[in-house]
Design a protein around this ligand. Structure first.
Ligand code: SAM
Length: 242
């Protein structure tokens, strides 16, 4: 059964109305008809089975025939501060991070970022990619792609409340993730991943001054798009739900 997300405003007591790209997708691409069923998630942990009652390319209306609570979210809230990286590799990181249960993704403009930040139109596209990835992997909530591209120190300040703050740095040779063993199991982790050129020493000091620990990922240099996926997998395995 095809799966869609809809916000509060789409729901009334017994029915759901989908508009925009979802409606045109249902009507013209999937060519679903009145009587067909789809699943609609509200992004807050409820999944509805909806029987289509009116199918037009601009708006699709359906009757709610059942609902259930679903939770495929990780108990570990990971806030990924991901430096902008070249080409569509940021899209790839975004898609895979959603599959790996990330809670929020914040695109970072760091000293050695080579990508020009033509900001906001990218953000809208990234949020759409996150939503599409949720549909594919069956997440019950849609991770947030931050509203704008920010600097590293702003991220460090924003994410100061996390139980654990980790900056992954290829020059860190002492501290690996296996050496990070807080007394209390963390429920939230803020993560910093650098661009192709890595972090500057000043950026490392800035992060440290905000309580971030530098962590190594072994003796090999991982590509900027490999590192976040390794980090998310390790964190979910250590404190999350993988
Ligand atoms: N400037 C580095 C170099 O020497 O070529 C490459 C940076 S790497 C392509 C991009 C980011 O991935 C780094 O900033 C870091 O966040 C992470 N990373 C890659 N390999 C790592 C490792 N072995 N340990 C910790 N972090 C790593």
């Amino acid at each position: 059964m095809y799966r869609f997300f809809a916000g509060n405003e789409s729901f009334s007591e017994k029915s759901v109305v989908l508009a925009g790209t979802d409606a045109s997708h249902i009507c013209t691409v999937l060519r679903l008809r009145v009587g067909d069923k789809i699943q609609v998630l509200d992004g807050k942990g409820s999944l509805y089975v909806v029987q289509l009652a009116d199918v037009k390319s601009k708006s699709v209306k359906g009757k709610i025939i059942s609902s259930e609570k679903v939770n495929t979210e990780s108990p570990l809230k990971i806030h990924l501060g991901q430096s902008l990286i070249k080409g569509n590799t940021f899209d790839v990181v975004l898609r895979k991070s959603v599959e790996l249960g990330v809670e929020t993704i914040t695109p970072l403009m760091t000293e050695r970022t080579v990508v020009k930040s033509d900001g906001d139109k990218k953000i809208a596209r990234w949020q759409k990619i996150a939503e599409e990835s949720c549909k594919q992997c069956g997440r019950s909530s849609i991770p947030k792609v931050s509203e704008n591209i920010i600097k590293l120190d702003v991220f460090c300040k924003q994410r100061s409340e996390a139980d654990l703050k980790l900056m992954f740095w290829e020059l860190e040779s002492e501290n690996g993730l296996k050496d990070i063993n807080p007394e209390k199991k963390p429920r939230s982790v803020s993560v910093l991943i650098g661009p192709e050129g890595g972090f500057t020493l000043e950026e490392v000091e800035t992060a440290r001054s905000h309580g971030f620990q530098t962590v190594g990922l072994g003796p090999r240099i991982l590509r900027a798009e490999t590192a976040p996926l390794v980090v998310l997998s390790l964190l979910q395995s250590k404190w999350g739900d993988i």
